[in-house]
Design a protein around this ligand. Structure first.
Ligand SMILES: [Fe+2]
Ligand SMILES: [Fe+2]
Length: 484
């Protein structure tokens, strides 16, 4: 049973379905925060395209059948709203020590700090990726891709709004301070960086962007899925709606990489090149060789694994026990949802070897979410390989071992190759460029990043999409670029 479906107030400054009009305190707080947000967007959002008209979807409802509308918008005028999925009446806390109690509509006092921390960490990732991607418009391989980039960007902005609403509504003065701080930190800044490592890395080129949206936005999906299970109902509802937007981000990543692979394979076939490792010959065709695509996948996959935190974590155990953050699809799992007496196998470094060890299921929750992530991430990789296979090219993209190139957790102190074989410092230094993009690889990719802004045209290194956004034809003008 749901109440409150699709009652979106679209007239005020902040579109919302949380009855902001009846909540003057929170309305005022958000309206005060708004100018700082716009300043941030103008400073740190897509560089050079703020005056252009972009064919964007905007969330106007939370009805799954018709939640978005498409139209030309200048990004600074995008309607960033606060939208929560419909409330289920008598929803119960689905896991942890409070399992079966009514879901909280207010913040439980004893968990206030823990809950605020979870919301701030999630919130911090949203503006971070906008900052990381702000230079990419200038080298877009097509107007279609440029539009997709900007769509992802404005929606990450809306996700920031979603988290800031929770902070302003439920956390008083400290919530307000956290909301301000979310606008102050900057991706990659030496003094005020974003909170998590992968969100301080550069996204220097479009292959990185596609890998980022495939691998790193998928971490976002897993975190949102886990928070969508939360006993704190407003957080659950917020995350459920964010997931509908998130799906498009991963679509952009998966199809982006598919199209790069497709183009490479087509060019190889046309030129009669059968050896995927004949890198020099492939690069002469103006496409990205498959081994370099593999290296990019290795990089972004390993950076993203770090986002799941330590394999063994008391914080994760506490958040689950308290009923704040569940497992992936907790509501579909068949067990006692309390895990007090269960164990879970974790890959650890024991006596200098990578070995599986059964540890308490509660402390292994990060690991479990990461395992679910790897399964999910492998699905699209399988589809990439299908494309390569159709061209009869003997090559497969493979996700590297979880011990490869790690900076957090069990394997942060060692070096391993993509198969999980331990390497000495010297071996790692010698082989690193076999696994991760070298300076030469980066220079080559950069050389391909020439803008293609002709309607319906695509850069040499990427195939057109199968279908347009909102069923638009191939020559549709997704972005009307304004003269700067
Ligand atoms: Fe997001
Ligand atoms: Fe996203």
């Amino acid at each position: 049973m749901t109440i409150n479906i699709a009652a979106v107030d679209y007239d005020g400054l902040i579109p919302n379905n949380v009855a902001l009009g009846d909540d003057p305190r929170v309305k005022r707080a958000l309206e005060k925060w708004h100018p700082g947000y716009i300043d941030w967007w103008n400073d740190m959002g897509p560089e050079g395209f703020q005056a252009s008209l972009v064919y964007l979807r905007t969330a106007i409802s939370v009805d799954p059948k018709g939640w978005a509308k498409f139209d030309y918008v200048r990004m600074p005028e995008y309607r960033w709203g606060v939208l929560l999925a419909p409330q289920h009446t008598d929803r119960k806390i689905p896991f942890g020590r409070h399992k079966g109690e009514p879901a909280w509509q207010e913040v439980p006092g004893e968990y206030r700090a823990m809950l605020r921390r979870l919301i701030v960490i999630q919130g911090d990732t949203e503006p971070a990726s906008v900052e990381q991607q702000r230079h990419l418009g200038k080298t877009a391989p097509s107007l279609y891709d440029m539009r997709n980039l900007f769509q992802v960007n404005v929606e990450e902005g809306r996700h920031l709004w979603a988290m800031v609403y929770l902070l302003q509504k439920y956390f008083g003065t400290d919530g307000r301070e956290e909301a301000e701080a979310l606008l102050q930190r900057r991706s990659g800044h030496p003094d005020t960086p974003r909170m998590l490592g992968a969100f301080n890395e550069k996204t220097p080129d479009w292959l990185s962007f596609f890998m980022f949206t495939y691998f790193t936005d998928r971490d976002g999906k897993m975190q949102l899925e886990a928070l969508a299970q939360s006993g704190f109902d407003p957080l659950s509802r917020t995350c459920r709606f964010m997931l509908t937007e998130e799906a498009h981000h991963m679509f952009v990543g998966e199809t982006g990489v598919t199209r790069v692979i497709q183009r490479t394979c087509e060019a190889m076939k046309a030129a009669g090149i059968t050896d995927p490792y004949d890198i020099a010959a492939v690069r002469k065709l103006g496409v990205i060789d498959l081994p370099t695509i593999q290296k990019k996948a290795n990089l972004h996959f390993s950076l993203t694994l770090d986002l799941f935190g330590n394999e063994i974590s008391t914080n994760a155990a506490n958040a689950f026990h308290a009923g704040l953050k569940g497992r992936y699809r907790e509501d579909r799992l068949k067990d006692d949802h309390q895990l007090e007496h269960d164990t879970y196998p974790v890959l650890r470094l024991i006596d200098g070897k990578i070995q599986s060890e059964d540890v308490s299921a509660l402390s292994a929750l990060n690991m479990r979410l990461r395992d679910d992530y790897v399964v999910d991430a492998n699905v699209g990789v399988g589809r990439w390989n299908k494309v390569i296979e159709e061209f009869g090219i003997p090559f497969q993209i493979k996700l590297p071992h979880v011990a490869f190139h790690r900076h957090i957790g069990e394997f942060s102190g060692i070096h391993a190759d993509v198969n999980g074989t331990l390497l000495s410092e010297a071996e790692w230094t010698q082989k690193r460029n076999d696994y991760l993009p070298s300076d030469g690889d980066k220079d080559f990719i950069e050389s391909l990043m020439q803008p293609q802004f002709e309607t319906g045209q695509f850069a040499s290194w990427i195939a057109p999409p199968k279908v347009g956004i909102d069923n638009k034809p191939g020559d549709f003008e997704y972005v009307k670029i304004a003269d700067a």
